[in-house]
Design a protein around this ligand. Structure first.
Ligand code: SF4
Length: 334
């Protein structure tokens, strides 16, 4: 039997705002094995960050509201914990790296002290021992220990992101959530930070959820991939399933809109239109207006899950009537 660090079932989250109700997550199911990395991919507004914050139980309430569903993290039902318990779980069992290293560090506290603080809170060590451990962790992410005394503004963007990674890893979490960790960095630094994350993940046998809109980043570090659209996972599978045996028209659209290194002359085909208004999701498939394969049924009926193997599934009407349907046979350009 597989050993799961994370199991999310039928998670529905909405935001109750003055303008109306935003249906942010509309039935998310995720399972992640220990030591594996899941890539969570989709456009802005698809629900990736809300999914991540819900694992840490950091969705602001109000306006956020968990309508139904469950999250089991390392065997712990997250929704049933007190805030006191959640504070212990955050950092020790699960840590998160945010997109922008500039805002994640306190500008007036030396970086060594910021790492040591995370250690002393979760490991109940003395100040001296926390600082010694902070130095070890800083060196682990490739920053010389003598830079402990410096302030964040003395570090470059890439180095700041290394400090954030050091803080996230300082208590050896079992699951690391990285929300677009390299988006704010330039390309060469991005590659270094991704390489570092891969090394550390293997060294600590840590599971990871990597949120990204960049399929290149996902291909580089992930074992499994979940494609999100309008608060749903529309396709999920191993990296090979999703990249080589693509089933959902939205996933295909994402691949068609990025350059192909094997065919540099191939024209890029962006996905037309915009994501559905989250205040007013359509009654049928939310991708209907943008889909080259749309059928009448897609306008009125929500697609249900169709499995191709134990691990690979999609939510699309195409496979209900024709389980053998192949997207490639109808790849079109508007
Ligand atoms: Fe396209 Fe219909 Fe599938 Fe939605 S359900 S992705 S509209 S074919």
């Amino acid at each position: 039997m597989k050993d799961h660090i994370l199991e999310i079932k039928d998670l529905h989250i909405q935001f109750n705002t003055d303008e109306g109700v935003v249906q942010a997550l509309n039935g998310i199911d995720i399972t992640l094995e220990r030591g594996k990395t899941l890539g969570l991919v989709g456009e802005t507004g698809a629900g990736k960050t809300t999914t991540a914050l819900s694992i840490l139980r950091l969705v602001p309430r109000p306006p956020g509201e968990v309508v139904r569903g469950s999250i089991i993290l390392d065997g712990i039902p997250i929704m049933e914990q007190s805030e006191y318990e959640m504070e212990k779980i955050r950092g020790k069992t699960v840590s998160m790296i945010f997109q922008d290293p500039m805002t994640a560090l306190n500008p007036v506290i030396k970086v060594g002290e910021q790492i040591a603080e995370a250690i002393s809170i979760h490991q109940k060590l003395s100040k001296e021992k926390s600082l010694a451990k902070a130095r070890e962790v800083l060196e682990l992410v490739g920053i010389p220990g003598n830079r402990m005394q410096e302030y964040p503004h003395q570090f470059s963007g890439g180095m700041k992101q290394r400090v954030i990674i050091a803080i996230a890893l300082s208590c050896s979490p079992k699951l690391l959530i990285a929300d677009e960790p390299t988006t704010a960095l330039d390309v060469t630094i991005q590659a270094q930070v991704l390489e570092l994350m891969k090394e550390l993940k293997q060294k600590f046998h840590m599971a990871m959820v990597m949120i990204s809109h960049d399929l290149g980043v996902v291909a580089e570090v992930c074992d499994d991939v979940a494609i999100m659209y309008a608060g749903k996972i529309v396709e999920q599978g191993s990296l090979e399933d999703v990249f080589l045996r693509t089933k959902h028209p939205y996933t295909e659209g994402l691949f068609n809109s990025i350059p192909n290194i094997d065919d540099r002359k191939a024209e890029l085909i962006p996905i037309r239109g915009l994501m559905s208004d989250p205040y007013n999701l359509p009654s049928g498939c939310p991708f209907f207006d943008r889909c080259d394969y749309a059928m009448d049924i897609c306008r009125t009926e929500k697609p249900v899950k169709h499995s191709f193997s134990d691990t690979h599934f999609t939510e699309c009407h195409l496979y209900t009537a024709q389980p053998e349907f192949s997207l490639k046979s109808k790849k079109t350009k508007e």
